[in-house]
Design a protein around this ligand. Structure first.
Ligand SMILES: [Zn+2]
Length: 452
């Protein structure tokens, strides 16, 4: 027997086409795609879709915010990811002021390496302190970390001139800036005004972070990238204000891409009006918008005006969220979505024909891998890593804290019925989830050195 594993009789769905064929795996890679293959182990995928493992290039495992850390660590978070068919993630490095970027990368890897059950990469954060350390970028790129997170908000917020020099330095190493676009000066003024008037409940959170200023910041980031000749990837787009600027720039050939996230596709702003801690739970930034924005995002995905869906997975517990009930600006931001993303995009994207099956794979697997510089992930092709999902298009799962495996005591998608769910998740040739049973282990995932 030539092949270690053969996946038989399934319908292979890639970003480009759908077709019936068997996949032969040798070791950790896809060796052949052909008819009537046999191997030492065989999985019958009759009636199932066979897709690349999904790629989520925006997640925050055990991320420190002040005194607390996001509640999924690199093990529980990547295990939940694998249940949902995700086989590669990109998390973040946030250097301490006294660390070099390379030291910070080494330290973050020391936390992640023993825990991850799927492969991962890291984006390097460039905050105001790192602006004086931009000469370190070549060695960071060489260490397999070619993408750099820039913020236009929070303590990491860069001024326009800092954005410019950061993007120049990233351009010079052929790296990719990934950016959080909001207008921090306007937001902080609106928050101060709101709190001073006693408007402290979570329903004021979206009102202090208006869509129009997310659009303004995105436009400014695109313009600065255009000025210096840098690529750009815009994170967590919530509204048409950004989509319009993104489409206009791409129409002129400017190399900018954009992502949205499940929370913006499945939830609406009125969720913040729920009483007590229920309104605090979905606080994330930029905030969840109204129905019109949600529909615009789905339309943009269908029309190719938004390139990918990642999660910005960043869970905090009910108790941690409740600490900000007297001041919405103190609520730790972030929601859990890492497990549901890939099946949910099938259920609410492919089933109602908002996107095609091939677009689904493109949006969740192929283009995320390409944007992030994973050169052997995100596609079913010879020589690629055997990261494969056997997807049952008929299985129904009702999302709840009980059915999901994320390490957090709530989900914003409670009660949402999903049609279609991964039956088998394979990572580099190894079955890590089958029929709801987890077979992976902490530390089997690998840091992937990415490049462009
Ligand atoms: Zn994020």
């Amino acid at each position: 027997m030539k092949y270690d594993l053969v996946i038989k009789n399934g319908t292979i769905v890639t970003a480009g086409q759908s077709y019936s064929a068997d996949i032969g795996v040798i070791g950790e890679q896809i060796a052949v795609i052909d008819q009537n293959l046999h191997g030492r182990a065989e999985i019958d995928a009759q009636g199932k879709l066979v897709t690349p493992g999904a790629v989520d290039i925006h997640v925050h495992m055990e991320m420190p915010i002040g005194e607390i850390v996001s509640s999924d660590d690199f093990f529980t978070g990547t295990r939940a990811a694998s249940y949902g068919g995700t086989t590669a993630i990109v998390d973040f490095v946030e250097p301490d002021p006294d660390e070099s970027m390379l030291e910070a990368l080494t330290n973050r890897r020391a936390i992640a390496d023993p825990k991850v059950t799927i492969d991962y990469g890291l984006h390097m954060t460039i905050g105001p302190v790192e602006i004086d350390k931009l000469d370190q970028l070549p060695e960071v790129y060489e260490a397999g970390c070619p993408s750099f997170k820039l913020y236009m908000a929070y303590g990491f917020c860069l001024s326009d001139d800092e954005l410019m020099v950061a993007m120049e330095a990233i351009r010079d190493v052929n790296g990719l800036p990934v950016i959080h676009t909001e207008n921090w000066a306007v937001i902080t003024a609106l928050i101060d005004r709101s709190l001073s008037k006693g408007r402290v409940s979570p329903s004021w959170h979206p009102r202090c972070r208006p869509a129009v200023m997310e659009g303004e910041a995105a436009g400014r980031a695109i313009d600065i990238a255009t000025l210096v000749g840098s690529r750009l990837h815009i994170f967590h787009i919530t509204c048409e204000d950004v989509v319009d600027r993104l489409s206009a720039a791409r129409g002129k050939g400017i190399p900018v891409t954009g992502e949205t996230c499940p929370q913006y596709l499945f939830l609406t702003q009125d969720i913040y009006d729920r009483p007590s801690v229920e309104g605090a739970l979905p606080v994330c930034s930029p905030p969840i918008r109204g129905k019109k924005s949600q529909e615009a995002l789905w339309r943009a995905l269908g029309q190719g005006n938004l390139q990918i869906v990642s999660t910005d997975h960043c869970p905090f517990t009910r108790a941690e969220k409740a600490t900000g009930l007297g001041d919405f600006s103190k609520i730790p931001g972030g929601v859990p979505s890492i497990e549901m993303r890939f099946p949910a995009l099938y259920s609410s994207g492919v089933v109602p024909e908002r996107i095609t099956p091939n677009q689904w794979v493109d949006i969740c697997c192929t283009t995320p891998a390409r944007i992030a510089g994973f050169d052997r992930k995100g596609d079913i092709a010879i020589g690629f890593d055997a990261d494969i999902v056997i997807f049952d298009p008929d299985q129904r799962v009702v999302l709840s804290e009980e059915t999901l495996h994320e390490e957090v005591d709530w989900t914003p998608y409670d009660g949402l019925m999903i049609q279609g769910w991964p039956q088998v998740t394979i990572s580099r040739g190894e079955v890590i989830v089958e029929d709801g049973v987890f077979y992976g282990r902490a530390g089997r995932g690998q840091f992937v050195s990415r490049h462009f």
